[in-house]
Design a protein around this ligand. Structure first.
Ligand SMILES: [Zn+2]
Length: 123
């Protein structure tokens, strides 16, 4: 397996030092989880320790809602984010999702959305 990203160490492990930021959002996503559950999502995600696997996981959380057409005529996809909570699936907004895992929007944009099925790990 080859990992060619600068912020991943040679052995392919992601450096820690990520922080969870639970955002207060308009939709009150945080009310759907207990503090413990939110911590668990974060801990489990970073315990993976491998960037590719994390991206693969994140990809599984994205669901395309549809496309919208902007004023300038370009279209873009709209997403929602789902989290597995025991037997059920809970949908949250992007703001909450990113904060929950301590990741930033650009990672989703560059590594998750635009990488169609080019999974380097065995899925
Ligand atoms: Zn929300």
């Amino acid at each position: 397996m080859i990992i060619g990203e600068g912020h991943v160490s040679l052995r392919g492990f992601v450096r820690p030092a990520k922080q969870q930021t639970i955002e207060d959002c308009f939709c009150n996503c945080r009310n759907q989880f207990s503090l413990e559950q939110m911590r668990m999502f974060f801990t489990d995600f970073w315990a993976v320790g491998n960037h590719e696997k994390q991206n693969y996981y994140l990809r599984g959380c994205l669901e395309v809602l549809g496309t919208e057409t902007l004023n300038n005529g370009t279209t873009r996809k709209m997403y929602r984010y789902k989290l597995k909570l025991r037997e059920s699936t809970v949908y949250v907004c992007r703001k909450f999702f990113l904060g929950l895992y301590g990741i930033n929007e650009s990672r989703i944009r560059r590594k998750v959305r635009h990488q169609n099925n080019k999974c380097k790990i065995q899925c």
